[in-house]
Design a protein around this ligand. Structure first.
Ligand code: AMP
Ligand code: ZN
Length: 520
């Protein structure tokens, strides 16, 4: 069993080197996560006791990702950050699908090679992940760089008589070779027709068909010359080959959005387990959809927003992150602008509180009520996340603690030890939620620069430019100048600075702990 990495809080003095007892807190920290394969909530821990090996399906880079896609990546980020917080080492692999029907079609229409076409969207994808503070997986695997592994897997399936070559040179997986087909999605596939084929990567048929592993080259299409013929891989074989290549034939967890469960993940299992005769992933996590007015947010419905759309409307990256992770992954999330406004206010409260804790001066001592609340908040926070990553329940005790601490500070009943204890709780919170550090103005500036470079100036909300006119350092300098002006009894200058800050979207508040400021 793994050791416990969380320092004990009950003493009220973090950093004293005491660690919580395994029975008590490790129980709180062992993640129990719904497993689509078993149909129940199972404990998730590394099978080898050392490192949790996980694979998450990444994007198809034919366009900018929308925030529905990012909901899935963010929820996987919550998973990996929580594992990290509880001391579990993670080896996380994510693929980039950089060859598929849409990419080939769009690149041909633009008259450029697919690598040139996808480069722009790969770069944009990583910029968006960074803006949303999604931690980088340990390994990024691009499909076009793993063609050999895919071909070898198809050869292995052919040797086992589970793959066959059709008249046109394409290769198909013979579904009848895998009697367990349907075990993940729990679809009843008894009416399955032997030999009926489908070469689309995405299909929603209830009666499954033999699916394409390798698509024979068509004139003018990108293709690779290989021992199984000239062509390109199907989508499903990519993930099987890359997951097993980096993580081994059996690994701990496989994740993706709920739409991938069938046929993509079902096909991955069929290919991999037929080739290896070993269980592929033990645990399957599926993130439910982000909806708009009850419908899946998707490119084809046209009801989608990209991260850049929202930044240019004036929403902050941190608020978008918080909104997208605050509905637990097992629930569908109906996207609304009210939800973003609520998240914006929540981020502001957290940051204002954080600054108050950091900058305030507190007398030595402790308030037993705050100490008790901090311990309770922390336990509830860990317990909620360990309970199938319930982010909504995990947030609640943190905001209760924030409220209680603010009241205690207002009443002069908040002391140095309380500050240490509360900062530690907030640190654990932010290790997963990742919204306290403020990079929003910088990110909005980048989005504006991108819009200007791409002829999308019309999408920039007019009030946005004024709002980001000042950097944090410039605000700090003006705040300091105002404090100095007041000391010198130059109230006219002090008022002028306040007015200038207000015009540029910065509110300042004088308190007995000093001056606080925040962006409106
Ligand atoms: P794609 O780039 O289409 O392959 O999708 C990347 C990831 O986003 C996959 O894991 C999808 O399941 C997921 N995804 C697509 N649409 C949504 C949505 N509306 N809500 C949540 N996840 C989604
Ligand atoms: Zn995949």
């Amino acid at each position: 069993m793994r050791g416990c990495a969380i320092p004990l809080l009950q003493s009220g003095r973090p950093g004293t080197g005491r660690f919580c007892s395994r029975e008590l807190i490790c129980k709180l920290m062992t993640l129990r996560l719904f497993n689509t394969l078993s149909g129940q909530v199972d404990e998730l821990a590394p099978a080898d006791g050392l490192e949790l090996r996980m694979y998450a399906c990444g994007p198809t880079v034919y366009d900018y990702g929308h925030i529905g896609n990012f909901r899935t990546f963010l929820q996987v980020d919550v998973l990996r950050r929580f594992l990290g917080l509880t001391g579990v080492r993670v080896r996380h692999v994510m693929n980039i699908t950089d060859v598929d029907d849409k990419i080939i079609r769009n690149a041909a229409a633009a008259g450029i090679p697919i690598s040139e076409y996808t480069a722009k969207y790969v770069a944009a994808f990583f910029e968006d992940l960074e803006a949303l503070r999604v931690e980088r997986p340990e390994q990024i695997a691009r499909a076009t760089e793993h063609i050999n592994e895919m071909v070898q897997l198809i050869e292995r399936l052919a040797a086992a008589k589970a793959a066959y070559k059709a008249e046109d040179g394409s290769w198909y997986f013979r579904l009848k070779a895998f009697p367990e087909y349907g075990k993940l999605s729990k679809k009843d596939l008894s009416g399955m027709e032997d030999g009926a084929r489908v070469d689309l990567d995405e299909y929603e048929k209830d009666s499954a068909r033999d699916f394409a592993l390798w698509k024979a080259a068509k004139p003018g299409e990108t293709s690779w010359e290989t021992p199984i013929g000239r062509g390109r891989p199907g989508w499903h074989i990519e993930c099987s080959a890359m997951a097993m290549g980096y993580l081994g034939e059996s690994f701990d967890l496989h994740a993706g959005g709920e739409d991938l469960m069938f046929p993509h993940h079902e096909n991955e299992i069929a290919q991999s387990e037929t080739a290896t005769h070993k269980p592929f992933a033990r645990h399957w996590m599926h993130v439910r959809f982000l909806l708009v007015d009850g419908k899946k947010m998707s490119k084809s419905e046209g009801n989608f927003y990209t991260l850049r759309d929202l930044l240019l409307k004036g929403y902050k990256a941190s608020a978008i992150r918080l909104a997208l992770i605050s509905v637990p992954y097992r629930h569908q999330h109906n996207f609304t602008f009210d939800g973003l406004i609520e998240a914006t206010a929540a981020v502001d409260r957290l940051r204002t509180f954080w600054r108050r804790l950091k900058d305030g001066s507190f007398a030595e001592g402790e308030n037993p009520d705050i100490q008790t609340q901090a311990t309770k908040a922390r336990e509830e926070y860990f317990a909620a996340l360990a309970n199938d990553l319930n982010t909504a329940e995990a947030r609640a005790p943190i905001f209760d603690l924030l409220r209680a601490s603010n009241t205690a500070m207002d009443e002069g009943k908040f002391f140095a030890s309380d500050r240490d204890a509360v900062l530690q709780v907030l640190g654990d919170f932010d290790r997963v939620f990742g919204v306290i550090e403020d990079q929003d103005a910088e990110l909005t500036k980048l989005a504006i620069a991108w819009a200007e470079e791409n002829g999308r100036q019309a999408e920039i909300a007019p009030e946005l430019r004024a709002r980001i006119a000042l950097s944090d350092e410039e605000v700090e300098a003006l705040v300091a100048e105002r404090t100095q002006a007041k000391k010198m009894r130059n109230f006219a200058r002090a008022d002028a600075i306040r007015a200038e800050l207000a015009e540029k979207g910065v509110a300042i508040e004088d308190s007995k702990d000093g001056v606080r400021w925040k962006r409106k």
